[in-house]
Structures are given as C-alpha cells and as structure tokens.
Write a new protein. Sequence first.
Length: 238
Amino acid sequence: MNAVVARITLRGMLGRRRGLLLLLLAAPLLVLAIVFRALGFAHGDVALSVLRQYGLGVLLPLVALIAGTGVFAPEIDDGTIVYLLSKPIGRPTIVHTKLAVAAGLTVLCTAVPVLAAALIMAGPNGGLAAGFTAATVAGAVVYCAIFVLISIATRHAVIVGLAYALIWESVVGQYVPGARLLSVQQWALSAGAALTDGTTLHGDLSPAWALLLLVVAGAGATVLAGQRLRSLSLTGEV
C-alpha cells in the first residue's frame, strides 16, 4: 500500500461523476426495500429475490466495474499513467493500492445498502442480512481484482467488463448450471450461505470450496494485474 497513490486515486474517483453514480446505483435497492416493507410484501421470498437479482446480480458487478476500471483506465487513456510509473514505487504496490481503493468504495456502496435493504425487508432473523452482506463483501473484492486486471489489459475495459458482468455473471452464471461453477456471484452466494440458517440462502458449492475459489480468483487476478503493469511501457501503450 502507498498512501500517496491511495489518496490521489480516491480523490480522482470521488471527484468525477463516478462517485455520484456509485451512490445512485444503490438507491433503487433501498427504495424497493422500503416500498415492499410498506406494502407488507417484504417476506423471505421477496427479500431473497430482490437481494439476489438486484443486489448481487446488478448492483454489485456494476459498482465493481465502475470502481475497478476507474482506478486505472482514465490514467491509461489520457497518458498520465506514465508519471505514476516513472516514480520509484513498485508496480505491484500500485496495483495493490488502487485495488484496495476500488474494493473499499465497492464495499461501501454495495454491502452497506445490501445490509440495510436486508434488515428493512427481513430483519436479522435467519441470517439473511449477514449472509448477503458477507457475499457482497467477498464478491466486491474479487470483482474489483478482475476489473482492475481488465482495465490494465485492454483500452476497452468498460465494454469488456460490462459484457463479462452482465452476460456471463448475470445471465449465463445464473441460468446455465455448469457455468455457475465459474461465476464469482455464485461463489459469493455459496460462501455467504454459511452464515444463514440453511433454508434462506443456497449456493451451488460448499462454503469451503467457494471461499477457496474466491481467494484463488482474487489473488490470481491481482498477481496478473501486477505482471501486466510491469510490462506497460512508459509511453502509455498497452
């Protein structure tokens, strides 16, 4: 971690429209939770569907995409990355710092709203709030690692990341049984299921395997991002 890089990155993220967008994406989840609660529809099945379909299926990957690509892609596009790379800072340290900022923002803008929505609709009973919050935190870190890698690997990071998040994770990963074993969302759900009473939240994998896959995917993407940044030339070419 490098405090100067972290501060510059955080200021850049919050100083752009991305910061406002990150907050606005969480609003529909909270509105839905309040409306369903007010109408008396906030029972377990509705809460589970809302949190899974919007919380993990839409909010989490989109926020992670915005944060994960936002910490590198703008600097690569406008060429200012060369100033950062010319400093005596290890490139893995740069990746770790920017990933920490992206993951922190993603957790703040997803796990907190998911926890609030879960408590509004279902309360603390059954562990639904704890399970979905844990799943969101785990998914946020791994998604951000993947999107940071994508942002360094290609100039079309947003397009590639959006295709991955909305096609593979939200469609293929949810509805194609075999593909679920390669879905960050499904791994996060399986890990979060360990904190529920066993009847409210289910995953396709055992929590132990899910945690292992999350760690391997997150660590692997982080290492590859560091290696890719090492090969990035000081002319800003990718």
